[in-house]
Write a protein that binds this ligand. Structure first.
Ligand code: GRF
Length: 194
């Protein structure tokens, strides 16, 4: 049986796509059994439809309590029986109960060289803006295990890029994202012992 992967996403889903492509190219031998989207209308859903991957929207705002959101997300994940859960641009904090249930099986890709530019407020272009403001010479991305401490779980892989003097958050984000698309599938392959 192929290892079962569940992907959680909130955005365009280009990292999700990099996993789909790696499976299609037989670089990774696995099956993406489900996409869980944090809201309707995101690019990741279009990619799931195109790739014939079942998806479900679990939007925290649609629940009247966070407990109900948590149990819905947990139930969906338990039903999917994943060997690996990949947060690929998932902008919602994963509930502790989910992290405990799938301890060591949840990984995240973050667009900085953690522990730098991690934690509260460091997501999306905020990260790249801060890196440029601080005149860093180097940035990159990190794949790490998700633990209860936000952005602080064990680091599995990092990839570096230069920061140029004329970089904008957008140009830096694009350079980092290209690395994310390499390092995330590579890390998944390693984790699946392939
Ligand atoms: C990536 O930079 C990822 O590191 C961050 O959000 C972005 C998502 O991009 N967490 P995409 O949705 O995979 O295109």
């Amino acid at each position: 049986m192929k290892p079962r992967i569940v992907v959680l996403a909130s955005g365009s889903g280009s990292n999700f796509q990099s996993i789909i492509n790696s499976i299609n190219a037989s670089f990774i031998d696995a099956k993406i059994v489900r996409l869980i989207a944090s809201r309707d209308g995101i690019g990741a859903i279009d990619r799931a439809i195109k790739a014939d991957i079942p998806f479900k929207v679990i939007n925290k705002k649609h629940f009247d309590t966070s407990e109900r959101f948590e149990s819905s997300l947990l139930q969906e994940l338990v039903d999917a029986q994943p060997d690996l859960i990949v947060l690929a641009g998932y902008l919602v904090q994963v509930p502790v109960q989910v992290i405990k249930t799938f301890e060591g099986k949840i990984i995240n890709i973050h667009p900085s060289l953690l522990p730098a530019y991690g934690g509260k407020g460091f997501y999306g272009s905020n990260v790249h803006t801060a890196v440029i403001q601080d005149r860093q010479k180097e940035s990159g991305c990190t794949v790490h295990v998700v633990t209860e401490e936000y952005d602080k779980g064990p680091i599995l892989a990092q990839s570096r890029v230069p920061v140029f003097e004329d970089d904008t958050p957008e140009s830096l984000a694009a350079r980092v994202l290209a690395k994310e698309h390499e390092v995330l599938p590579q890390t998944i392959k390693q984790l699946l012992n392939q």
